[in-house]
Design a protein around this ligand. Structure first.
Ligand code: ADP
Length: 489
């Protein structure tokens, strides 16, 4: 591999480039007009402007990116996450142009890109699935029969869905027909594919996923789990590894199931197999994500592996040098996604200028970011500012370190999820490990943060008053004739 183009922006572009540089491979950055001054552009060996800010005119222009790659002598493209990372046509285009796509084949992406095709592919492998149907359903009478047999509540899901979109919970039979019509029309307009199916709505579910690595020599490994149950709008905000609830037996069973899923998809590279886990630790296959996940650092922290390095090595055709037996969980890692979002206002994006930006530093703290003080958070892209990770020898130590890091993180100019993180990491349910995907719904109200910031404001106000009084006292007009006049104290 002579030169890698990173077809992405922000923290993940920078994160990928760092590993490429460590491996001695030159990197090419691409950037839109909104990202001219971004750190990933300055970090790269070469950088190419690819168009105006909207992603469909820049980061999503597959053909154009291939042209850029060819003109710069690039022989491999890393897609990061989001954008073109799970676009099978892009993977195909790379291949057709003699460029290595650092990721799985177009075939694997395509199968796992459709929740129904994925269920179908893993059918013969004895993987536990959520009760429901494994085919597209549009007839309300059939839907009713399925719902009755699995029992309410049920979840209607779009086969082409992603990012938590296209899902509807139905609690009662009377609501079924209407909700189904809505789900179909939503799926059609959002994904251009109206296929929906039905799953039992798992009560008190935890979202636990397994990281896998597969090489081209028939080796597939599992790198343990990530617990991603703290979500808002069915989207992750906090992740940790390992999960506080898995037993070694369940961990191994889930790991082995994930390896089977990867084999069923003829997988290559780093991928994630997502499961739902119920209160009795039964697990059910949800889907496979065929890319590097946002939350991959927690796995790196507990295994000591660099997943991007592994991706690059696998893409170069190298065989994995680690065996399953060599892998051990060491310590505990937690990640908070620091989004420019306002937790006081339903987590709505809060874009603007980072007038103050100072990140925490120190042992066992890792910050993956792509911004600097004074930069604008553009409205065009995902509003994630950084991933804040903390490591500890055990869960308690990792939580403590995380809280210290949050205290040190200074961001002004936009609202962020930092105060939300502080709330979660201090919450008894999180600390005890007894929580599920309804954590936010159950425990979080904006008032808890508002109240805290009021208390902080009060403390700050009292403190400044004290300081003011103190200064007043020291600054009282000196007597020029006094013996200590002019002495600084
Ligand atoms: P997407 O591809 O949109 O992210 P997923 O299938 O991965 O959709 O599900 C996202 C989240 O929705 C899960 O993490 C979980 O919180 C919830 N969810 C999905 N399926 C079920 C189910 N059958 N029962 C309960 N919750 C579910």
């Amino acid at each position: 591999m002579k030169k890698i183009l990173v077809a992405n922006r922000g923290e993940i572009a920078l994160r990928v480039m760092r590993t490429a540089r460590k491996m001695g491979i030159p990197v090419v950055a691409v950037f839109s007009e909104a990202d001219r001054n971004a750190p990933h552009v300055r970090f790269a060996d070469e950088a190419v402007l690819i168009g105006p800010p909207p992603s469909n005119q820049s980061y999503l222009r597959a053909e154009h990116l291939i042209e850029v790659a060819k003109s710069r002598g690039v022989d491999a493209i890393h897609p990061g996450y989001g954008f073109l990372s799970e676009n099978s046509r892009f993977a195909e285009l790379c291949e057709a142009n003699g460029i290595t796509f650092i990721g799985p084949s177009a075939f694997s992406i395509e199968i796992m890109g459709s929740k129904l095709a994925a269920k179908d592919a893993v059918k013969g492998y004895n993987i536990p699935m959520v009760p429901g149907v494994d085919h597209s359903i549009s007839d309300p009478a059939e839907a009713k029969a399925v719902a009755q047999s699995v029992g309410f509540p049920i979840l209607i899901k779009a086969s082409a869905g992603g990012g938590g979109k296209g899902m509807r919970v139905v609690h009662k039979e009377e609501e079924l027909e209407e909700q189904m019509a809505r789900a179909i029309s939503e799926a059609t307009s959002a994904f251009g594919d109206g296929s929906v199916f039905i799953e039992k709505y798992i009560d008190s579910p935890r979202h636990i996923e397994i990281q896998v690595l597969a090489d081209s020599h028939d080796n597939v490994l599992y790198l343990f789990e990530r617990e991603c149950s703290v979500q808002r709008r069915h989207q992750k905000v906090i992740e940790e590894a390992p999960s506080a609830i898995l037993t070694p037996e369940v961990r191994q069973a889930m790991g082995e199931a994930a390896v089977k899923v990867a084999r069923a998809a003829k997988y290559l590279g780093a991928g994630t197999v997502e499961f739902l886990v119920d209160r009795s630790l039964n697990f059910y296959f949800l889907e496979m994500n065929t890319r590097l996940q946002v939350e991959h650092p927690v796995t790196e922290l507990i295994t000591g592996l660099d997943l991007v390095e592994q991706q690059i090595r696998i893409a170069r055709g190298e065989a994995l040098t680690i065996r399953q037996e060599d892998l051990k969980i060491q310590g505990h890692a937690i990640e908070l996604r620091v989004y420019a979002e306002d937790p006081l206002n339903n987590f709505l994006p809060s874009v603007g200028n980072l007038s103050v930006y100072r990140k925490p530093e120190g042992e066992h703290i890792r910050v993956d970011d792509g911004f600097e003080e004074g930069m604008d958070i553009p409205i065009y892209y995902d509003p994630m500012i950084a991933k804040l990770c903390a490591f500890g020898m055990n869960r308690e130590a990792a939580i403590r370190r995380m809280l210290e890091a949050i205290e040190q993180y200074r961001i002004e100019g936009v609202a962020t999820t930092l105060p939300f993180g502080k709330f979660v990491f201090q919450h008894p349910a999180f600390i005890s490990g007894d929580f599920d995907t309804h954590f936010v719904q159950k425990y979080f109200t904006p008032e808890v943060i508002a109240q805290e910031s009021n208390e902080e404001a009060e403390v700050a106000a009292r403190l400044s008053l004290q300081l003011y009084k103190l200064n007043q006292a020291t600054l009282t007009v000196p007597n020029p004739g006094a013996p200590d006049w002019g002495v600084h104290r």
